[in-house]
Design a binder for this molecule. Structure first.
Ligand code: NDP
Length: 306
């Protein structure tokens, strides 16, 4: 029987995950299809119930469901439990197991961003959703001593901080209200800045004004393209990286969980790049609806990359 793996999110159209996972299944001789299921929050429970059928191998979970899915699975792995977020589901018979492969994916991206430098100790995280939870946990376990989380709805950032209470007991993890003056003063004290909001996913917008980004930061955007945020950070003198590497490695870890086989990383990366060449896509595949701007067409002024 051909097995099925689904990506459940809202939206999921034209997902890059589909391109890399289907190619990996085919390459490894695994008789499985990777499908995209666009399900709004009200349809999530029914979608999850369907996964219990024998034909399903598992699922990926994306924006905006990573936290909401937690009570709907039967068991959580340690990383899913500690983050309170699930991005991958495997099966044990009809039982659903929730994993978080965004955490190892983020670690690879952080290591690449930091390069040969000493691992910094202070970070600012923009956003407090499911992706931000993987980022914060990754930073805590890398030994960061101070992490400040800003979110549009402060209560969600406060919920995140409370959730990490025990794992963050030895360090300072704070939620702060989203005011640019407060973000600016925190950026002056930090070394790492991560955008884990979905601002920039659909349209050429940035969560913060480029003028408040100091030079020489290490800046990561979980979104999988050269966002305005990254262009402005680079123009300010920062080292920047997009979400491609995190996407690749969370996907590779999920592939291994479903199939028990090592992921064909090079092939998956090539397929990601080919899919990306088809237009601007987000970290997890949602198209922005805009063609990729050529270098000479990129916005000028504060938005210019160089
Ligand atoms: P969630 O829906 O769980 O969280 C969305 C976050 O974005 C929240 O912090 C939300 O703030 C914020 N946000 C959304 N719209 C606005 C807005 N208009 N103004 C201010 N804040 C806003 O999504 P995820 O955490 O799952 O994903 C977030 C981003 O990270 C997405 O772009 C996703 O593609 C990317 N991602 C990439 C990964 C990769 O592998 N590269 C892995 C995981 C995520 P509020 O709570 O106030 O609504």
């Amino acid at each position: 029987m051909t097995k099925r793996v689904v990506l459940i999110g809202h939206p999921v159209a034209h997902s890059l995950s589909g391109a890399m996972q289907q190619a990996a299944f085919d390459d490894q001789g695994i008789d499985a299809t990777y499908e995209l299921w666009d399900r709004p929050p009200l349809g999530l429970a029914d979608a999850v119930a369907e996964l219990r059928g024998d034909d399903f191998l598992g699922a990926n979970i994306t924006i905006p469901h990573k936290e909401r899915i937690v009570p709907l699975v039967d068991r959580l792995t340690d990383e899913a439990h500690v983050t309170g977020a699930v991005n991958t589901i495997t099966k044990e018979g009809k039982r659903l197991i929730g994993h978080n492969t965004d955490v190892p994916g983020f670690r690879v991206a952080l290591d690449r961003l930091v390069g040969k430098q000493k691992m910094p100790r202070f970070a600012v995280v923009l956003g407090a959703g499911g992706g931000a939870r993987a980022v914060v946990y990754g930073l805590i376990t890398e030994g960061f001593q101070r992490i400040v989380v800003f979110n549009r709805h402060l209560h969600r950032a406060e919920g995140l901080v409370k959730h990490f209470g025990r794992s963050a007991a030895h360090m300072e993890l704070k939620a702060m209200p989203w005011h640019e003056s407060i973000i600016e003063s925190e950026l002056a004290k930090t070394k790492v800045l991560v955008n884990a909001t979905s601002i920039g996913l659909a349209g050429d917008v940035s969560p913060i004004h480029g003028e408040i980004i100091p030079p020489e930061l290490l800046v990561l955007d979980l979104i999988y393209n050269r966002t305005r945020f990254l262009r402005e950070a680079e123009a300010a003198g920062s080292t920047v990286q997009d979400g491609e590497l995190m996407l690749l490695h969370q996907g590779a870890a999920a592939f291994t969980l479903w199939t028990g086989k090592p992921a064909p990383l090079e092939l998956m990366q090539r397929k990601l790049e080919e899919a990306r060449a088809g237009g601007v896509r987000s970290a997890e595949g949602e198209p922005t609806g805009e063609p990729e701007p050529k270098a000479e067409e990129q916005p000028t002024g504060a938005g210019a990359a160089d």
